[in-house]
Design a protein around this ligand. Sequence first.
Ligand code: AMP
Ligand code: ZN
Length: 113
Amino acid sequence: MTCLFCQIASRELPAQIVYEDDEVVAFEDIAPQAPTHLLVIPRKHIATLNDIEEADLALVGRLQYVAARLARQFGFADDGYRVVMNCNDDGGQTVYHIHMHLMGGRRFTWPAG
Ligand code: AMP
Ligand code: ZN
């Protein structure tokens, strides 16, 4: 199986990694939509949000925890930021390894497009 984000997590492919631990990796999005645009992923390959199992709950919580810590580290925790997880075609998912977009450094609008 060739998965872009598995290859980034294992460093087979290059990325600007800003955080990693045993379970989670965060790196800069290649096409940033905000002054800071990071992707926070599990090392474990999970294709979509629909594929999360009960055994993954702590891991998925860790994605959010790491995102919040990175928001603090990058200096926009208090001003605010946007986290997004897209699922399947209608959700706009293009890479089928779950990832949390963390975007900060500008004001976001709602509803999302
Ligand atoms: P999504 O559309 O929610 O699946 O998001 C996929 C994201 O991955 C997009 O924001 C892309 O810009 C980003 N992306 C695709 N390839 C790479 C790459 N090689 N390195 C970093 N980010 C990437
Ligand atoms: Zn993967």
